[in-house]
Ligand binder design. Structure first.
Ligand SMILES: [Zn+2]
Length: 215
């Protein structure tokens, strides 16, 4: 990892963090972003940092074992990121938000916990696919990491009950786009509840999955 690449990734994290914050997808100091580095380590947003006002120089840089090399202490939810990366060598970035509509879906009593949102649109199928619900855990409970790990091999995105989504992508851009697609589809799902919407058929979903395989 050259210094140039490292700086470029830091700037990307700052830019996407501010964009997500400015559009109300994350609030206060909630939400966190990480990117995998070529040396096996990570860049991660710091604990108690607001994604709308990140300082590139203070972003946490971690070694391949998750130890802090420099920058501020990483987010207390770093174990969520580590759990996803451990099962997804193909993923280069992770976004975790407490985005309102996705959290709303995660609180509903009667959703399918193996697939929380039906296939309403093609882009949702292409960017998110099947979305499992991870049972509720108190913040900081590392058992949540184990629960995420159990699903991460098969799913690039999981929804933490009464908490929010964790979204992996082959680049930071891809992870951000998938997070946005999930949030907008969660909004659609809530708008359409009780209206028996016409979803994509299993054949239409299979066609998309064959044509546009997700990483
Ligand atoms: Zn969280």
């Amino acid at each position: 990892m050259s210094r140039h690449d490292d700086n470029r990734l830091r700037e990307q994290i700052v830019t996407y963090g501010q964009s997500l914050f400015d559009r109300g997808l994350t609030m206060g100091s909630s939400g966190n972003i990480s990117v995998r580095l070529d040396d096996g380590g990570w860049l991660m947003t710091p604990t108690n940092a607001c994604l709308g006002r990140l300082d590139p120089a203070r972003i946490s840089r971690l070694d391949r074992d998750g130890g802090l090399i420099d920058g501020d202490k990483p987010t207390k939810e770093s174990f969520l990121h580590m759990a996803m990366y451990a099962e997804r060598p193909q993923s280069q970035a992770i976004v975790h938000l407490h985005s309102t509509h996705s959290v709303a879906v995660s609180c509903l009593p009667d959703i399918d916990t193996h697939d929380c949102i039906p296939p309403l649109t093609a882009y949702y199928v292409m960017r998110v696919g099947r979305l499992p619900l991870v049972p509720y855990h108190v913040p900081g409970d590392t058992a949540l990491g184990d629960a995420v790990k159990g699903l991460a091999g098969r799913h690039s995105t999981v929804l933490l009950a009464n908490h929010g989504p964790v979204v992996a992508g082959k680049s930071l851009e891809a992870a951000v786009y998938a997070t946005e697609e999930l949030e907008e589809t969660a909004k659609l799902f809530l708008l359409l509840r009780g209206q028996n919407p016409r979803c994509l058929t299993p054949e239409q979903v299979a066609e998309l999955e064959a044509k546009f395989p997700r990483d």
